[in-house]
Design a protein around this ligand. Structure first.
Ligand SMILES: *[C@@H]1O[C@H](CO)[C@@H](O)[C@H](O)[C@H]1NC(C)=O
Ligand SMILES: *[C@@H]1O[C@H](CO)[C@@H](O)[C@H](O)[C@H]1NC(C)=O
Ligand SMILES: *[C@@H]1O[C@H](CO)[C@@H](O)[C@H](O)[C@H]1NC(C)=O
Length: 397
């Protein structure tokens, strides 16, 4: 009886905590945590020379050659920080999204063909902060990494890729009976519901790499689920990893061929910035291509986010700057009943097609790939080239 009461109190407390917590934050932390589990161990350790020391977590892996317990610095700790400062740093506000010109989902979907409403957008920001991660030092480098982690998350939230009704911020709907903005449904409520409903993966996976990347959070089982059933990690010894995304995931970090990216290359071999070519933003030496990556994701806006029964209504003066609100949201349309989105027709499709899980996994895998590519040499030099033993094989037992 006593135990039951304690259990109930705990459940109530946990529910309370998760209601208070911003799930926009959870999405960012999940992306960062998935990335953390995919980092090379030396890169993971090396993050401590970039991030502040309060991001440190004890690591049960890799064990150092000297047998000392290691710590590593965790990307998730500061993953939400750019949202906290977007009003204090107003210039950063527009960098969380991109608004393609002439995009009006679901009737008319364009992504870059007609340009962008502003060049201060997430595509350029991702390139900029990737570059700065390699050139800045000290606090500036720390900031570059914080922004980068955050923008990888935002770029994989489909409603950050459209300006219609300010990325769905002006469209009111019901989700699980509660009034909400369409944007918030996608920022957190869908994910919140999936996390809440997951009953398995509460115990540890046999992978120290994965387990030492988790932080004891309410969404840990959800991350294990995506890693195990989505990416097939850790693999069973002697078997090919099998998962929902096993076939596509190896291609996620790829930027395709230069021809595929439509690079504009002058005869001198010098690339030029070309306003008319949306893929010009990818034209860098960096292991990053935000346009190439996000273009195939933009149809999610038309096919899922603005799908029936999302109302056609939007404010009369469609704010072209769009994205996430810089002023209070418009009031809902008078007398229109708000449609419920927690239905088999709307949410059922998103769940069945693993839309949310795929976006989070993609963002995490890509972020880790970029950090591994940019930081491995530096991280290896920092430890004098001493590699942890057997790190590639871990978990395969
Ligand atoms: C973290 O860094 C600050 C400032 O350099 C220092 O004062 C503090 O002692 C450090 N804390 C830990 C736990 O290392
Ligand atoms: C990044 O953006 C800032 C602010 O607009 C600019 O000053 C800086 O030169 C850019 N850096 C790179 C590498 O693009
Ligand atoms: C875990 O739960 C999810 C969602 O309910 C389900 O799809 C999956 O098959 C379960 N996995 C295992 C191993 O029980």
């Amino acid at each position: 009886m006593r135990l039951l009461a304690l259990h109930t109190a705990l459940v109530v407390l946990l529910c309370h905590l998760s209601a208070v917590r911003s799930w926009g934050l959870a999405g960012h932390q999940i992306v960062a945590t998935i990335a953390q589990t995919q980092l090379h161990p030396l890169v993971r350790q090396h993050l401590c020379s970039i991030l502040p020391n309060f991001t440190q977590y004890p690591s049960i892996w890799p064990s150092s050659p000297q047998g000392r317990p290691n710590t590593h610095c965790h990307l998730a700790v500061l993953a939400g920080w750019p949202d906290n400062v977007r009003f204090r740093l107003p210039w950063s506000s527009k960098l969380h999204y991109v608004n393609p010109t002439d995009d009006h989902p679901p009737q008319h979907c364009t992504y870059g063909e007609a340009g962008w409403t502003s060049d201060d957008n997430i595509l350029h920001a991702m390139v900029n902060y990737t570059q700065r991660l390699t050139t800045e030092t000290g606090y500036e480098r720390d900031l570059a990494l914080r922004f980068l982690v955050h923008f990888f998350g935002d770029a994989h939230q489909p409603l950050h890729l459209t300006g219609r009704a300010r990325g769905g911020n002006d469209i009111w709907v019901h989700f699980e009976g509660r009034k909400s903005k369409l944007h918030s449904v996608w920022d957190g409520l869908l994910l919140n519901k999936q996390v809440r409903q997951l009953a398995n993966y509460t115990s540890r996976l046999p992978s120290p790499r994965i387990e030492s990347g988790l932080r004891g959070d309410v969404y840990d089982p959800y991350i294990r689920w995506i890693l195990k059933e989505g990416l097939g990690q850790p693999a069973i010894k002697g078997q090919e990893p099998l998962g929902w995304f096993t076939n596509e995931a190896p291609e996620w970090p790829s930027c395709g061929t230069e021809a595929g990216r439509g690079l504009v290359v002058q005869q001198t071999g010098q690339s030029v910035f070309n306003d008319q070519d949306p893929s010009a933003v990818d034209d860098t030496d960096l292991p990053i291509c935000p346009y190439y990556w996000t273009k195939p994701m933009h149809p999610l806006v038309c096919e899922y986010a603005f799908a029936h029964p999302v109302p056609e209504w939007e404010p009369p003066s469609d704010d072209l700057e769009g994205g996430v609100p810089e002023h209070p949201p418009s009031p809902p349309p008078p007398r229109l009943p708000l449609p419920e989105l927690d239905t088999p027709e709307y949410l059922g499709r998103i769940d069945a097609d693993k839309v949310i899980q795929r976006q989070l996994a993609k963002a995490g895998v890509r972020l880790a790939a970029v950090l591994n590519t940019l930081l491995l040499d530096e991280a290896t030099r920092a430890v004098g080239g001493i590699m942890p033993v057997d790190w590639l094989d871990e978990g395969r037992s």
